[in-house]
Design a binder for this molecule. Sequence first.
Ligand code: ZN
Length: 138
Amino acid sequence: MKSFRQELWFETASRRDFINITPEVEQCLKKSGIKEGLCLVNAMHITASVFINDDESGLHHDFEVWLEKLAPHAPTSQYHHNGYEDNADGHLKRQIMGREVIVAITEGKLDFGPWEQIFYGEFDGRRKKRVLVKIVGE
Ligand code: ZN
């Protein structure tokens, strides 16, 4: 069995952002040389997500509105977590959007369903953060 590991780094200009990281994950898969196996992609920070959905700007706007309704950023004083930090909403938003995805690898390709793309979801940005890509198989 072969195993491949790579970190992808991001620093978003705004507090929240969604980035399509499918091309970077495909690059990792190419480098790994693995043709059959599994690809794990996970956020390495507790205020960021990795998830699979459609690359459609209307949907991303809907996510933003929905998440802000569920866990509004302000007033920051509403959260017990916000003592020295102001990112309690980021922890909650990440929990809803998920930590990781696993994609099957078939014949050297990410075996997606229709319209599936991998996204990095940032909920407390403006600093360097990482995503782990781990690929196992043969
Ligand atoms: Zn925090």
